[in-house]
Design a protein around this ligand. Structure first.
Ligand SMILES: [Zn+2]
Length: 206
């Protein structure tokens, strides 16, 4: 059916696209399991063919990029995310923490030479394991680069050299032995416990 006015034709096309989408949504909500299963099967089939999988990935990426160039779309997505966040605060916290933990495990394992352990003593409880800056310039690096997100930062930067996984015991011992104190200019006078111990043992007075 040809339209005399091109604007009318455009409106008709948009309407028909919207109608088609609405019908699709209706079909989906009548029987979501069926559609989820077929989507899963599609992905499984794709995984068999890496070349095609890569193609599909690139296509989807390009499509996403195109969408996000439209400020209206970005605004809509932000609003949707905002509503979701307000309605699912607890869940979003759980998701974020789980993701942070996953990254932490990955990073600590990488810097523990493939194991989730302290490289000095082999201690393996993740609650007391952390990343050590081998050169002892952690405070500066923290201020410059990663703030409180060291694990994420290390992963994003493809695991740079100069870090290791240590347990907190080994961290404190290293700090004491290397004199890694906050006021570096006073390092000669900083109260190293190992130094003080020998003084006490020798019976010298301070
Ligand atoms: Zn240790």
């Amino acid at each position: 059916m040809p339209y005399k006015n091109p604007e009318d034709e455009k409106a008709y096309r948009l309407r028909s696209i919207e109608n088609r989408r609405a019908r699709g949504r209706e079909r989906y909500h009548k029987n979501p399991e069926k559609y989820r299963a077929s989507a899963k099967a599609f992905i499984e089939r794709l995984k068999q063919d890496p070349e095609r999988l890569e193609k599909v990935r690139q296509k989807r990426k390009a499509y996403g990029k195109k969408l996000y160039q439209d400020p209206e779309y970005v605004k809509k997505k932000k609003e949707q995310a905002d509503i979701w966040w307000r309605n699912n605060r607890e869940r979003s916290l759980v998701i974020k923490r789980a993701e942070a933990l996953r990254v932490k495990i990955e990073v600590l394992t990488h810097y523990g030479n493939g194991k989730l352990v302290c490289v000095q003593c082999g201690f393996n409880d993740i609650r007391a394991l952390s990343i050590d800056h081998i050169n002892g310039d952690g405070a500066i690096q923290k201020r410059l680069y990663h703030r409180n997100h060291i694990h994420r930062w290390l992963k994003l930067n493809n695991f740079p050299l100069g870090y290791q996984t240590l347990c907190m015991n080994c961290q404190w011992i290293k700090r004491d032995e290397n004199g890694e104190y906050r006021y570096k200019q006073f390092t000669n006078y900083s109260p190293r416990i190992s130094g003080l111990q020998s003084i006490i043992k020798n019976g010298d007075s301070l």
